[in-house]
Design a protein around this ligand. Structure first.
Ligand code: DQQ
Length: 642
């Protein structure tokens, strides 16, 4: 359908460049303000105390894990305490111990903010994706889950299955913290499928005394397509922190890949002297391991590497590869989740299995100092190889930007991204490309085409798409240069969409209300110098609620000669996933609007450049809700046949 129903605003309409004034913004009661300051002071003091105690800790000796099982009761007591940072993981980026709601939220607002086609549990807290795999016709996703509350704690493995990575059925928990070696939490892990089809699950256990160990589990009945029951290896743990590694800095085993004949290798992240490090262990049976000499790789100053991932990509950019593939025509991606910064980073390089070394293609873009997997609210990502469609698929955790007290009131926290395929970008040769799995297109409803919509400098154009809360948008931009005498005071994403330069910003305003009191611009900010083009998302005016964290995110996006600028956006209520130039640069936004919700949510094109006119061609699809429900276990016979 070509409705071409854009409506231009008649006058020069610059984007609002102010935060709500006092009269616009909801006022907080003074007592609450005082409580907030007190809470922040207490939080800062605890953090300082934690840092001091940590710096005084002696380095551990090998095998710092008692093998007694008698401490489970103590662990149960510890588990009821608020935890996270003290455990060596910080689950919430804007933790607050405020007990009151941060805004005058209504149930209607909270229910609008739940996503409709992203995976999230029915209630409570979720964080990292774990052990994704394909088995007998089902995609399996496990995830860090708190069965008791909407904040991090009592970490258990939630489990869901899907036929298409979009519609999901929740299953009973796969692994619960019930042994001395994981009573502090069944933390993140990965699956390996051996050539005979056997499934190996390795995960980090947080022991009763807060030591991070690696444990082995396997399906009780491998012929069950749903993998309902899991058995923990009786001689767990299979790995304890080696000499020189702190007991709370040894976690998140990867999927294994093959080493010399008969052997497998896994990687575990840690930190030594503030350098992020990747340790590689070799095994023949997944029960006994040898630490290989040195580090596969380390980068000074990048801190603890959580959730490392290591996989080959084909340099012709055609298909995904299994973890054990390699050699000519491949490169290896090394990815880490930076605990200090709370974002995911990666680099492309060459793997030398004999020397146990990985070397980045470009040392200036090494892991943690170069590319990010996603420039927005995104962490702890993990890939797996889909043998059916020969593709590598990436899951990532979208954390919250509202406060912990708001999460408790909502009763839920966190979402997984739409799974993305990952390929080497054989056009640029410098990055991967991420793209929503094809299956998400099955949710597309009516598509509306807008052709060559012209937007002049400072103009905003509304796109009449009806409800604008569940959308899949593709947009391509041509630009026409107007002025020769303006200066290009370029600096990346700038201070957001209000920060005008000659060539940008321009793009889309999503989840915006008619008066633009709330809006989230996703935009390009090009330059005619070597600065290149930036792809950005500006959340600074995404919500009138003052305590929602709001950032201007973005990164450089390679644009080759002759290419138009293009973006794809998946809008799903409080989540916006944005992909530039076919997925070279990606930004996930987590926004909590209060006005731009339900029928009030609108979509606009904008051009805030001073020296160019843009011509945009778009297709905007309404997106159906996904079916995400408990598995009908009473009909298990019907479903469990592959
Ligand atoms: N989350 C898990 C850890 C991991 C962290 C604990 C990353 O295994 O390092 O919930 O978010």
């Amino acid at each position: 359908m070509d409705v071409n129903s854009s409506s231009h605003s008649p006058f020069y309409t610059p984007l609002p460049d102010h935060h709500p004034t006092d009269s616009e913004a909801p006022r907080r009661r003074p007592l609450k303000g005082f409580a907030g300051i007190l809470a922040s002071v207490i939080f800062l003091l605890s953090l300082v105390a934690l840092i001091i105690s940590k710096s005084q800790e002696p380095l551990p000796k090998e095998g710092a894990v008692p093998n007694s099982t008698s401490q489970n009761q103590n662990a149960a007591v510890q588990r009821s305490l608020p935890r996270g940072v003290a455990e060596g993981v910080s689950a919430k980026s804007n933790p607050t111990i405020l007990t009151e709601l941060s805004y005058n939220w209504t149930n209607a607002m909270f229910s609008w903010q739940r996503t409709a086609y992203h995976f999230q549990p029915q209630k409570n807290w979720m964080n990292d994706p774990d052990g994704p795999l394909f088995h007998k016709g089902w995609y399996h996703l496990f995830y860090q889950y708190n069965p008791d509350s909407a904040v991090w704690g009592n970490i258990t493995w939630g489990h869901a299955v899907s036929k298409d990575l979009i519609h999901w059925l929740y299953l009973p928990f796969a692994l619960v913290p019930d042994q001395w070696y994981d009573i502090g939490g069944v933390w993140t892990g990965s699956a390996t499928i051996l050539p005979d089809g056997k499934i190996i699950m390795l995960y980090t256990g947080d022991t009763y005394n807060s030591v991070q160990v690696q444990n082995l589990a396997y399906p009780a009945n491998p012929s069950d397509p749903l993998l309902l029951d899991w058995v923990k290896y009786p001689n767990n743990p299979v790995l304890t922190p080696p000499s020189g590694i702190y007991p709370d800095e040894f976690r998140d085993p990867t999927t294994a890949w093959t080493g010399p004949p008969g052997t497998w290798r896994i990687m575990i992240g840690s930190t030594v002297n503030k350098a992020g490090v990747a340790l590689v262990f070799q095994t023949t049976d997944f029960e006994n391991y040898t630490l290989l000499d040195g580090y596969l790789h380390s980068v000074p100053g990048t801190g603890m590497w959580e959730c490392v991932d290591f996989y080959p990509v084909a340099t012709n950019g055609s298909v995904g590869l299994d973890n054990s593939e390699g050699g000519p025509g491949t490169k290896h991606v090394l990815k880490a989740s930076l605990d200090d910064k709370k974002y995911d980073v990666y680099a492309l390089g060459t793997y030398d299995p004999v020397a146990n070394k990985w070397t980045p293609d470009n040392p200036e873009e090494d892991v943690g100092i170069g590319l990010r997997v996603d420039y927005g609210k995104y962490y702890a990502s993990k890939t797996f190889f889909d043998p059916v469609q020969r593709r590598r698929i990436l899951f990532g955790w979208i954390n919250e930007t509202d406060t912990q007290s708001d999460d408790l009131e909502k009763g839920w926290a966190s979402v997984q991204t739409i799974p993305r395929t990952v390929l080497f970008d054989n056009k640029t040769g410098t990055n991967i490309v991420q793209w929503p799995v094809e299956e998400v297109k099955s949710l597309r409803l009516n598509g509306m085409v807008f052709e060559e919509v012209v937007v002049g400098p400072g103009e905003i154009v509304q796109l009449d798409v009806g409800s604008a809360t569940q959308l899949d948008i593709t947009a391509e931009f041509e630009t026409e240069y107007l002025e020769s005498n303006s200066t290009d005071d370029f600096s990346g994403c700038g201070a957001g969409a209000i920060d005008r330069s000659t060539y940008g910003p321009f793009g889309l305003l999503v989840i915006a209300d008619q008066s633009l009191s709330e809006l989230t611009p996703v935009y390009f900010r090009p330059s005619n110098t070597t600065n290149g083009t930036y792809f950005c998302a500006d959340e600074s005016r995404s919500s009138l609620a003052p305590d929602v964290t709001k950032a201007v995110y973005g990164g450089k996006v390679p644009v080759l000669d002759g290419e138009n600028l293009s973006m794809r956006l998946l809008v799903d209520h409080s989540v916006v996933e944005s992909f530039a130039q076919g997925g070279r640069t990606v930004i996930t936004s987590r926004i909590y609007p209060t006005e731009a919700i339900y029928a009030a949510a609108r979509l606009f094109l904008f051009n805030n450049a001073t020296g160019i006119t843009i011509k945009a061609t778009l297709t905007v699809w309404q997106v159906n809700s996904a079916f995400i429900h408990p598995f009908p276990l009473d009909q298990i016979e019907k479903y469990s046949s592959a």
